[in-house]
Design a protein around this ligand. Structure first.
Ligand SMILES: [Ca+2]
Ligand SMILES: [Ca+2]
Ligand SMILES: [Ca+2]
Ligand SMILES: [Ca+2]
Length: 456
């Protein structure tokens, strides 16, 4: 009995002990599960917060695109001066978040520049001559020739160029396009092209010399650490520029090489000058005219610069409805002006200085005859315009909590009078292009002050 009792008491204690151990285990497992659950909840909360921030940036981008379209269509863009542009495109608040429209400051690699980019201020990869392509900063003879072969219909290999037989031997074989480029990035498919040539040291495409772009091979890219941003030709090229071959009022132009338009030309001259002067000019117009371009007509017909200015926009030497790839001499950078056939640095400087004078009349290409001699003016006459119909923007969007950003390149076409989006591509993989302090301030939940926004 005694033993039994003892045994009974012992097994009761054993049971209690087992229950305690099991209870401890259950508690431990439950506590562990609670921790795992709490952690996964935290991760889920974080993931959904990031997801919301990402969606927010996408909404901001869509809003920014409509905002730009409205500005272009309403003419607000045309009337804006530099200060208006900065107000319109720098740290614009949308809900809690912000957007910027950034473009490269071609003159200064430590100051940001904002606003849209005029695509007609660039060299068009689809219509530029070999010489013009070769004149681009950082361009190689091999790539220039290969661009011509890439876009021309034939399969004859030009010197240093390449056609399908080259591309079909690559590890990922493809054919030569033999058609115009549809995007600027397409150039990376062409023989001799590389991101180094296209973007240079500016790997985050912000036009600024960032620390990692000036530390040699310490971090990507492998720059030359010379304290200045050695850019590629990305900012100087386009595939989008094209304009209607009509005058500023939308009327069909007079083709001065068409013998049939002789009487229309005479009427136009009579409308703008007196009868006698009009007839005098007409005696200098051959019955079968072969003018290189309208600047050629200006010199051969002996017009004064002032006379020519009155009628230049009415004239053309092309039968086509649209004129692709003309360079706007009113907005092109020095580097782009220097790409035009036969122009030297001093000519580009002279053009820049003339168009910068306050009373310069820049409403037609006639003004270049005040700056260039006849041979040079006629040499560039077929490649220039004073109009722009396409604009691009590098739209940078940031969520209100600084958790997410998105960056897009958009191209807007204004040929019909209202802005149409013709290109939209994410640039997010190129990285955050603005001051890191903007992001860190929002992440800390602090407001963006004017000084952080860089209101200089
Ligand atoms: Ca070809
Ligand atoms: Ca940079
Ligand atoms: Ca580097
Ligand atoms: Ca450098």
């Amino acid at each position: 009995m005694k033993r039994l009792t003892r045994n009974a008491g012992g097994s009761a204690r054993q049971r209690q002990g087992t229950v305690l151990i099991v209870t401890i285990w259950v508690v431990l497992v439950l506590a562990g599960l609670a921790l795992v659950f709490a952690r996964s909840m935290r991760v889920a909360a974080l993931v959904s917060a990031n997801h919301v921030a990402t969606l927010e940036t996408e909404c901001i981008a869509a809003g920014a695109a409509q905002y730009i379209r409205a500005r272009l269509t309403s003419g607000a863009e045309e009337e804006a001066d530099e200060a208006d542009i900065e107000d319109a495109y720098k740290g614009m608040q949308v809900g809690e978040g912000y957007f910027w429209v950034l473009h490269s400051n071609l003159e200064n690699d430590d100051a940001y520049d904002y606003g849209l980019t005029d695509e007609a201020s660039k060299i068009n990869l689809n219509s530029a001559s070999l010489e013009m392509l070769q004149n681009l900063p950082g361009m190689t003879a091999e790539l220039a020739a290969s661009i011509i072969d890439w876009r021309d219909e034939d399969s004859e290999v030009s010197t240093s160029g390449a056609e399908s037989e080259y591309y079909l031997l690559q590890s990922e074989a493809y054919n030569c396009k033999n058609a115009p480029l549809e995007t600027v990035d397409e150039i990376l498919l062409i023989k001799g092209a590389s991101e180094e040539l296209l973007y240079g040291e500016d790997t985050n495409l912000n036009g600024i010399l960032d620390d990692h772009e000036n530390d040699g091979d310490l971090s990507q890219p492998d720059d030359n650490q010379n304290g200045s941003l050695d850019t590629g030709f990305y900012d100087y090229v386009t595939v989008y520029s094209v304009e209607a071959n009509t005058d500023s009022e939308g009327n069909e132009r007079i083709n001065i090489n068409d013998a049939g338009s002789r009487s229309t030309l005479q009427t136009t001259l009579q409308e703008n000058f007196d009868e006698e002067r009009a007839l005098e000019i007409m005696t200098l117009v051959p019955t079968n005219p072969r003018y290189d371009n309208i600047l050629d007509f200006h010199f051969q017909a002996g017009l004064s610069a002032e006379e020519f200015g009155k009628i230049a926009d009415r004239l053309t030497t092309s039968d086509e409805d649209t004129l692709p790839g003309l360079v706007n001499v009113n907005t092109a950078s020095k580097e782009v002006l220097m790409c035009l056939p036969g122009l030297e640095e001093s000519d580009a400087d002279a053009l820049l200085s003339y168009r910068g004078t306050t009373n310069a009349e820049l409403t037609s290409i006639a003004w270049v005859v005040n700056v260039l001699d006849a041979a040079k003016a006629v040499g560039i006459g077929s490649y220039i315009t004073v109009r722009s119909s396409q604009y691009s923007g590098d739209i940078v969007c940031l969520s209100g909590n600084g958790r997410a950003y998105k960056r897009y390149k958009a191209v807007f076409d204004m040929q019909t009078g209202s802005a149409r989006i013709v290109y939209w591509k994410s640039l997010t993989s190129f990285g955050w292009p603005l001051d890191e302090e903007i992001v860190s301030t929002l992440r800390e939940g602090k407001p963006l002050t004017e000084s952080i926004l860089g209101m200089n």
